[in-house]
Design a protein around this ligand. Structure first.
Ligand SMILES: C[S@@+](CC[C@H](N)C(=O)[O-])C[C@H]1O[C@@H](n2cnc3c(N)ncnc32)[C@H](O)[C@@H]1O
Length: 227
C-alpha cells in the first residue's frame, strides 16, 4: 500500500485526540477495560491494521457495550481513524498508534475476546510470508492474548494469503469456521460491516474471502512437536 503523506498539523491534531489513545499503551496491559472506563466484564475486541478506521467506527457503534481497541502503525492513518471516532462521540473506541509485532507488550494473557484482521498486506509479490499478519509466529502471539475459544476474524481479497491463513490457523490450534470465498454472496453478508478496502475490492468485482479462527487447545506430541 502507498504510504500516506504526513498529515498537516499532525501534533496538534494528535493532541486534540488525546482522549482516544494512551501515551504508554503497555501500561494498560491486563487492564484495558478499566483504563477505558468500561465495565470489568465487557468484551474486549482488538483490530489490527485499522487503516482510516471506518470498520472500527461502525463496529464500536454497533456494539456500544464492547471495549474496542484498534492498532494502526501508520500514524497519519491512525489520526484519521481517531478523528472519525471523536466526531462520532464513541465512548468505547480507543487506538494504539503502534505495531502489531508488539502486541504482547500491549495486551495480557487471555485478556482479549476477539481479534479482527482486515485486508492486511499479502506480501506475495515480495514472497515474504513471515511478514504476513497471519504467519504462525503472529498467530502464536494472538493465542497468548486471546481467551480460550477467543476468535480471529479475518478477511482478504487475496487467494494465496487466504489459503496460507487457513493452513497457518489449523497448524496453530485454531478451528476454522465461517469459511467463505465469497462473503458478499454468503449467509453472513447481512451482518458484515465493510471496510474501506473491502468496498474498493468489491467494486472491482473481486470476491471477499473470510474465515473465523477459534482458539482451541494446541495439542503437543510426547516428543514436543505439535500434532
Ligand atoms: C491494506 S490496509 C487495510 C486497512 C483496513 N483494515 C481496511 O480493510 O480498509 C492495511 C493496514 O494495516 C496496517 N498495518 C500493516 N502492518 C501492520 C502492523 N504490523 N501493525 C499495525 N498496523 C499494520 C497498514 O499501515 C495499513 O493501514
Amino acid at each position: 500500500m502507498a504510504r500516506m503523506r504526513k498529515k498537516k498539523n499532525l501534533i496538534p491534531r494528535m493532541e486534540a485526540c488525546s482522549d482516544r489513545f494512551f501515551s504508554d499503551p503497555a501500561a494498560n496491559r491486563g487492564k484495558w477495560r478499566e483504563a477505558c472506563s468500561m465495565p470489568e466484564d465487557c468484551l474486549l475486541f482488538v483490530e489490527i491494521g485499522c487503516g482510516k478506521g471506518l470498520f472500527s467506527e461502525q463496529m464500536a457503534k454497533k456494539y456500544p457495550d464492547v471495549c474496542y481497541v484498534a492498532i494502526e502503525r501508520e500514524v497519519s492513518c491512525c489520526l484519521l481513524a481517531m478523528e472519525k471516532a471523536k466526531r462520532a462521540e464513541l465512548k468505547n473506541l480507543f487506538f494504539i498508534p503502534g505495531d502489531a509485532s508488539s502486541i504482547l507488550e500491549y495486551f495480557g494473557e487471555n485478556e482479549v475476546d476477539r481479534i479482527f484482521i482486515n485486508f492486511c498486506d499479502p506480501w506475495t509479490r515480495q514472497n515474504k510470508p513471515k511478514r504476513r499478519l497471519t504467519y504462525r509466529a503472529f498467530l502464536a502471539t494472538y493465542r497468548t492474548i486471546l481467551k480460550d475459544s477467543g476468535e480471529i476474524h479475518f478477511k482478504t481479497d487475496n487467494d494465496p494469503l487466504y489459503d496460507f491463513t487457513l493452513e497457518e490457523m489449523k497448524d496453530m490450534g485454531f478451528e476454522t469456521t465461517c469459511v467463505t470465498r465469497d462473503l458478499h454472496r454468503s449467509e453472513w453478508n447481512e451482518d458484515n460491516i465493510r471496510t474501506e478496502f473491502e468496498t474498493k475490492y468489491a467494486e472491482q468485482g473481486i470476491p471477499i474471502k473470510r474465515v473465523v479462527g477459534i482458539k482451541r487447545e494446541l495439542l503437543v506430541k510426547k516428543d514436543g512437536s505439535d500434532i
